[in-house]
Design a binder for this molecule. Structure first.
Ligand code: UD1
Length: 423
């Protein structure tokens, strides 16, 4: 197993390229199951989760090209196995996104109940209720979801009780091949959902209302192959904006766009970090010596994303005053707090809210990555801290951030990877 070592204090200067979005590429890969023709994806990031999804598709029988130069082609012509097994699904919750496409195209699927980050119970009831409304028969059996629709899915009017990115994506894909029209209300408006919808349109789907809370899909008999470039990763971009803004220097984030971060840019501006769009990407600068505290509520897009809550907490740990951070999306998403405290942060949790009192400085320590986004918050804290930090369990980081040490060391950070010594 690897660990990442960071010596804090180096300023960051230069260009950081932003990769394709993890949360977009996973549903796009699942969408390849909707057609026997080739789906060619560009701007695909090298991530552990992409490799897991590729394995999952391959074991269904899809022909998956190796990822080279950011390109990957999947041809789901001869699908021989409609089961998504426990050992793949448990490592990555997004595996459940094969359910909609498989039932829509083949009339049945058996998918293990998901695992993924330990940030809450994270049920899939919204996915299942929607599929039932579309005529699927759903049975839970020995940790698996069995879905059957021998005569195909039919269009339905679906009102999601909660905004769910995954449920919107799963049902969007299922509805593309259903008979008749499906209307999704209270749909997720995240840019990754729109990226999927845009790709489905290229594959021949009929979708109206992309990017809005109500989406209408008129089912078609078959979808065809397409080529699509994955949208830039707004969470990676936002994470680097915080790192660069906190540590100082001049950093440009190539391929990044402020339009994808509406709930974040304005908040950072008030705190004391400016992120301005230029032709070269997003230019980041710290505008205040003493960072202002700020209260944060996580919300579905276009609100402040839960996937940036941990990174924001690392930043506010060093602000000049106290901030309240309320996590409204996931119930167990403060696992980074004890680790930040080990580095000298002053944070108290009360239910879904954390009170973050700014401290003058953080100190390097041995810390443990607990989930994907929490890992990056510890990297931000370590870059700003005095002394050396050792970050253990970096496999969480490898699930969702491409080439993180290279990207940071290229702009001047003192960061490297080492093998953990055997216990
Ligand atoms: C996706 C993202 C994840 C992000 C999250 C919220 C991917 C691969 N992952 O996860 O990075 O943190 O959106 O922006 O895109 N819920 C239910 N029942 C369901 C489905 C969800 O109660 O059937 C709840 C969840 O427990 C959570 C909330 O709805 O409280 C939002 O979850 P959802 O948007 O579905 O998250 P994911 O799609 O899993």
């Amino acid at each position: 197993m690897d660990k990442i070592v960071i010596e804090g204090g180096a300023s960051l200067n230069g260009v950081i390229p932003i990769s394709g979005a993890k949360n977009a590429v996973l549903p796009l890969l699942a969408a390849s199951l909707l057609t026997p023709e080739a789906l060619r994806l560009r701007n695909v990031p090298q991530l552990a989760d992409v490799r897991t999804m590729a394995k999952l598709l391959a074991q269904h029988g899809a022909d998956v090209s190796p990822l080279a130069n950011g390109e990957m082609t999947i041809t789901a012509k001869d699908i021989s196995n409609l089961v998504a097994p426990y050992d793949l699904v448990r490592t990555m919750r997004a595996s459940v996104l094969v359910l909609g496409p498989l039932v829509a195209r083949f009339g049945q699927a058996r998918v293990s109940l998901p695992g993924g980050c330990a940030i809450g119970t994270r049920p899939i009831d919204l996915h299942l209720h929607a599929l039932e409304k579309m005529g699927a028969e759903i049975v839970l059996d020995a940790g698996y979801v069995e879905a059957r629709a021998p005569n195909g899915l039919k269009g339905a009017d679906i009102v999601f009780e909660k905004v769910s990115v995954g449920a919107t994506e799963n049902i969007l894909m299922a509805a593309a091949l259903a008979k008749g029209t499906t209307r999704l209300r209270n749909a997720a408006r995240e840019p990754e959902v729109s990226d999927l919808a845009n790709c489905l349109v290229k594959m021949g789907a009929k979708i109206d209302g992309i990017g809005r809370g109500t989406i209408e899909i008129e089912g078609v008999d078959a979808l065809h192959g397409a080529e699509h470039a994955v949208v830039a990763d707004r969470i990676e971009a936002g994470s680097f904006i915080i790192a660069a803004g906190l540590i100082g220097g001049q950093v440009t984030l190539q391929n990044a766009h402020v339009d994808l971060l509406p709930g974040v840019i304005d908040v950072l501006d008030q705190i004391g970090i400016s992120a301005v769009q230029t032709d070269a990407g997003i230019e980041v600068k710290r505008t205040r010596e003493a960072l202002r505290p700020h209260d944060i509520h996580t919300q579905p897009f276009p609100g402040f994303p839960t996937d940036m809550q941990a990174q924001m907490m690392a930043l506010l740990s060093l602000a000049d005053g106290a901030s309240m951070i309320s996590e409204t999306i996931f119930e167990n998403r403060f696992m980074h707090v004890p680790e930040l405290i080990r580095m000298g942060a002053d944070i108290h949790i009360d239910g879904h809210t954390a009170l973050v009192r700014g401290v003058k400085k953080l100190k390097g320590a041995e810390v443990m990555a607990t989930d994907l986004r929490a890992s990056f918050s510890l990297i931000i804290a370590a870059l700003a801290a005095e002394g050396t930090t050792q970050l253990h369990r970096v496999y969480h980081l490898d699930r969702g951030y491409e080439a993180i040490e290279q990207k940071l060391s290229n702009v001047g950070a003192k960061i490297w990877r080492e093998k953990e010594k055997a216990a």
